[in-house]
Design a protein. Structure first.
Length: 239
């Protein structure tokens, strides 16, 4: 039976502190001990991050702009954002992910406190589910998180994220298309050992409806696909 209600979140938290952490740290990392599927997902995800950076920079420079990276994982987006001078608040439901992201940021950002010309600020890291986040940010980003929740949960998550954002909300999710549904079905028929969580697909129309309910509209849309990675990327703005 499908787990709905409070169950999903506990399962997701446990997964991303355990086997899921090990799996995704590898996929999002640089080492070559990944299989073909994992490498394909790594490439797809990197394209998503690249596209988000492009979307954001199209609207103007990021220096001094407050960005909330909800469900930051290992910091794949938070770190490049900080490199552009953005003031990043990075959070994740998984403590393991947050500490990995923090370690990576320290290594990759190497903030030189004696260099007055540098505008790089270390992101603020926090262990928190996105539902508990408060405050206001110019921009809120939430990448590849909705896949872990059914649409009825995703609606509330989107509404909450929109309430934290002043100007922009960027979301990515696995689109509910026939091809991807099929891939997912096949995945369920032949479950691999590392497939430990359910994956939920979302129709763009459902996401759009949730945004409309919150008083937001879609401004930009993109689709990122490789063989095994699919993401709809949307930028929404207040109506
Ligand atoms: N956004 C990151 C990226 O694109 O590199 C990570 C994506 S990873 C597939 C999904 C992340 O969402 C995991 O790090 C997981 O711990 C986090 N997550 C899942 N449910 C969450 C929730 N309710 N609140 C905050 N983070 C959550």
């Amino acid at each position: 039976a499908e787990v709905v209600g409070g169950g999903d979140k506990e399962v997701v938290r446990e997964y991303f502190n355990g086997t899921g952490f090990q799996r995704w740290k590898k996929i999002y990392g640089e080492t070559d001990d990944v299989n073909k599927v994992q490498m394909d997902i790594r490439i797809g995800h990197a394209k998503t991050v690249e596209n988000v950076m492009k979307m954001l920079k199209e609207d103007g420079p990021l220096a001094g702009v407050t960005v909330c990276d909800a469900g930051c994982g290992t910091g794949s987006l938070s770190i490049p954002l900080a490199k552009e001078g953005a003031l990043v608040s990075a959070s994740d439901i998984s403590a393991a992910m947050v500490s990995e992201a923090q370690g990576k940021a320290k290594q990759e950002l190497r903030i030189d406190t004696t260099d007055a010309s540098s505008n790089i600020v270390m992101p603020k890291f926090e262990v928190s589910d996105l539902e508990s986040l408060g405050g206001k940010y110019d921009t809120v980003v939430c990448l590849d998180v909705l896949i872990h929740y059914p649409q009825n949960k995703a609606d509330a998550m989107i509404g909450h994220l929109a309430s934290l954002a002043e100007n922009r909300l960027i979301l990515s999710f696995a689109p509910n298309t026939w091809y991807y549904s099929l891939l997912k079905r096949i995945g369920e028929l032949f479950p691999g050992p590392s497939k430990a969580t359910r994956a939920y697909l979302h129709a763009e129309a459902d996401v759009e409806r949730a945004l409309q309910k919150a008083g937001w509209k879609i401004k930009k849309r993109g689709l990122i696909t490789t063989q095994f990675y699919f993401a709809n990327l949307i930028e929404a703005v207040p109506v």
